[in-house]
Write a protein that binds this ligand. Structure first.
Ligand SMILES: [Zn+2]
Length: 75
């Protein structure tokens, strides 16, 4: 009997996506997990939390050209 393959988290780093948050010019780095429930993270830039689709891996300052393509995070 073959073991059933588990979700790929052990096989390598999950793909990451950048999402824009409240602070202009900054993006949050979120791991893209196919059937993730959604995660809330406490924002370092404001007193509320934002909802994203997976675990937060960090933040990145964006240049303007990259910035405009990003999706918004739900609040
Ligand atoms: Zn915020």
């Amino acid at each position: 009997m073959k073991p059933v393959a588990k979700a790929s988290s052990k096989l390598g780093p999950a793909p990451q996506v950048l999402l824009r948050i409240c602070r202009s010019g900054w993006a949050v780095i979120v791991e893209k997990i196919p059937n993730a429930q959604g995660t809330r993270f406490v924002c370092p830039f404001c007193p509320i939390s934002h909802r994203v689709s997976g675990p937060v891996r960090g933040f990145r300052k964006m240049r303007r050209a990259q910035w405009v393509k990003l999706r918004r995070v739900e609040e």
